[in-house]
Design a protein around this ligand. Sequence first.
Ligand code: NAD
Ligand code: 2VS
Length: 495
Amino acid sequence: MTHHPASPHPKQFQHFIDGRFTASSSGRTFEKRRPTDNALIGHVSEGGQEEIDAAVQAARAALDGPWGQMSVEERSALLDRVADEITRRFDDFVAAEMADTGQPRSMMEHAFIPRGAANFKIFADVAKNVATEAFQTATPDGAGALNYAIRSPKGVIGVICPWNAPLLLMTWKVAPALACGNTVVVKPSEESPGTATLLGEVMNAVGIPNGVYNVVHGFGGHSAGAFLTAHHDVDAITFTGETRTGATIMKAGADTIKDVSFELGGKNAGIVFADCDFEAAIEGTMRSVFLNCGQVCLGTERLYVERPIFERFVAALKQRAEALKPGDPQDSSTTLGPLISDAQRAKVLSYYEKARAEGAIVVTGGGVPELPGDLAQGFWVQPTIWTGLPENAAVVREEIFGPCCHIAPFDDEAEVVRLANDTPYGLSTAIWTRDLSRAHRLAARIDVGIVWVNSWFLRDLRTPFGGSKQSGIGREGGVHSLEFYTELRNVCIKL
Ligand SMILES: NC(=O)c1ccc[n+]([C@@H]2O[C@H](COP(=O)([O-])OP(=O)(O)OC[C@H]3O[C@@H](n4cnc5c(N)ncnc54)[C@H](O)[C@@H]3O)[C@@H](O)[C@H]2O)c1
Ligand SMILES: O=C/C=C/C=C(\O)C(=O)O
């Protein structure tokens, strides 16, 4: 029997400002719909200038108040408790994120929600254990001078988040920001209000002082997002989202010289050599193309496969893609979720059309699958594979953010490096080969922030994470996050 998701009882998602849940002064709300079946999940308060002002004011006061007075040890201990409380309320977080994104429960349980807790743990550790630099400096009088650097919080940080992995991506910024002693105002995506709101309850439960973590819901342009980026009392903006949005945010922050950390779009290449472990390459490529229904910034949308195994690779990937099972995320047999919204589906389907118009061979997919019952109302698309397109085709050049890829053959290393680099983006790449010397050579020549060899999305949270070219500005992760979330002050003492 087909299992259908129960219709949810619509919730209220309110702002979290100065430790309290509040509606907008305007009383305005917008609807959040469930991607699996378009059911109404809840009404979300729509923040405006007034809510952003209140949240920034609360964040500033907390910085000057108890949070600013705490030792690193005290702050780290509290952040450890945040992680523990997320883990204690694991099922609530899984349910909230599953409702917002429609992605399978197993992915929430094994990857996205545990990462939310892990982000707090790692940055609590980093902030406690990182040393700063010191220099002994010679002076003409022979007595010398001592230079040492101290770190202080940057201030009030604006955190603007996307919807594709809401808790993971938000805490990846909030955790280091708080560990470094800053306070934050978060603007979650309008498509994923759930877990950012729940985190407010967690902050109160473990005793994070009021005003340290604030959430204002709302839209981007001409709304809460834009008001936050232009606010004169916000010291820096950390943003994950589309490259074009990043450009708008940079302009908005220019007047007040706001520091920015950007994790932006990608058009990531997967490179498969004939000597690879074929099964591992297929398995890894399946995840890199179809995980989260292709809505992963690090995902592969362009594949280059060495000619001797091209046909075999395309056939194997097709077979595996056709075995993906869309369905209710609660069902343990479900392996593919829907897209986040009707608008995202329209965008992805427009690329499915473009591929056809540009003469692609549609190896599989290219349309909308049929789902039973209420699920027929959800934002589903078929996993799709193309071959046969030139490199200048739209689906080979532009970020689609859907469950699809184009596969092209290549003949030698120099050619594939040129193809991989022929893009304005530079986020990540995955190389599949048993020849590690070759892997090293390629890793050094492909212009991206993150190279995976014989793996994909294998994360060590101490490593630098970010994109080159138009895929971002700066690196976050481990000590690299400290570079952005603190001001380094040099003290020079003449001895
Ligand atoms: N590099 C990375 O680490 C990474 C990770 C995840 C997603 N992404 C990228 O994110 C994109 C998908 O997310 P999305 O569709 O939510 O991105 P988006 O840029 O549309 O929106 C992201 C956030 O920015 C806000 N926003 C929009 N316009 C704004 C404005 N003018 N001023 C201030 N805020 C504004 C939105 O409300 C939302 O909260 C993809 O391009 C993907 O590659 C990158
Ligand atoms: O969709 C993008 C996923 C990004 C992942 C991270 O930012 C991370 O693992 O820290």
